[in-house]
Design a protein around this ligand. Structure first.
Ligand code: PEP
Length: 253
């Protein structure tokens, strides 16, 4: 049985002080969720707020993740953040290959793969994002794109521990647009992603790996996605910036 995982991607939002306020409210709203135990909750603030958010979350079951990292442990990479630095701040997860990174910052299947391998060898759990653009979707390439991205991201990753990797299916056209894939369609594509994971590792690992849906998830539509057998949670952007709406997405109904 895969444990659900709901992660909030705050993107480039919230100053340190705003971040502390937000998690203070979240902690209160979600105080009972740890006892229920059937959902893992992660927040991914900007780098500048990670330390303060970790402090503010002490005593809660909410974990922290980063939104990106470099693959090297240290060195002359001005402006970059290493896995060691994230680990040292208490990060458990790191989002890798988000479509905004691929689109605006030139990330490729190859750089995502380097980062995934580095995260795994440094004890950080990657949330690996894959998904097709609208153009690719309209050209009937959704399956080919998610299979290519999944296999490329996971290539050469050690099988030992690979079941802890999290995948996120995020159709690019659904991110921040208010449009979503239908729950059926998301379930279908996620099954294909799971099959690709099985081809890289094996069937056991593919059945254990959690695969989220992401793209305009809101309190109003989360139940549809979670009602699908292949969907193990959500990666939430905009709606994670408000404590009440993120809590409504997380709380088991
Ligand atoms: C995201 O950025 O990963 C995302 C899914 O954003 P939103 O929920 O705002 O569509």
């Amino acid at each position: 049985m895969r444990r659900r995982i709901i992660a909030g991607n705050w993107k480039m939002n919230k100053t340190r002080d705003e971040a502390v306020d937000l998690v203070g409210d979240l902690k209160e709203s979600l105080a009972d969720v740890g006892d229920v135990g059937d959902v893992e909750v992660v927040v991914c603030p900007p780098f500048t707020a990670l330390d303060a958010v970790r402090e503010a979350l002490r005593g809660s079951n909410i974990e922290i993740g980063a939104q990106n990292m470099h693959w090297e442990d240290e060195g002359a990479f001005t402006g970059e953040i290493s896995p060691l630095m994230l680990k040292n701040l208490g990060c458990v997860y790191v989002i890798l290959g988000h479509s905004e990174r691929r689109t605006y910052f030139g990330e490729t299947d190859e750089s995502v793969n380097r980062k995934v391998k580095s995260a795994m060898s440094n004890g950080l759990l990657p949330i690996v994002c894959v998904g097709e653009t609208l153009e690719e979707r309209e050209a009937g390439k959704t399956e080919a794109v998610v299979v290519r991205q999944t296999k490329a991201a996971l290539a050469g990753v050690k099988t030992n521990g690979a079941e802890r990797i999290v995948m996120a299916y995020e159709p690019v056209w659904a991110i921040g647009t208010g449009r979503t894939a239908s729950a059926d369609e998301a379930n279908r594509v996620i099954r294909i992603i799971r099959q690709a994971v099985a081809e890289v590792f094996n069937e056991r690992i593919a059945q254990e790996v959690r695969i989220q849906y992401g793209g305009s998830v809101k309190p109003q539509n989360i139940a549809d996605f979670l009602g699908q057998p292949e969907i193990d949670g959500a990666l939430v952007g905009g709606a994670s910036l408000d404590a009440a709406s993120f809590a409504a997405i997380v709380k088991p109904r």
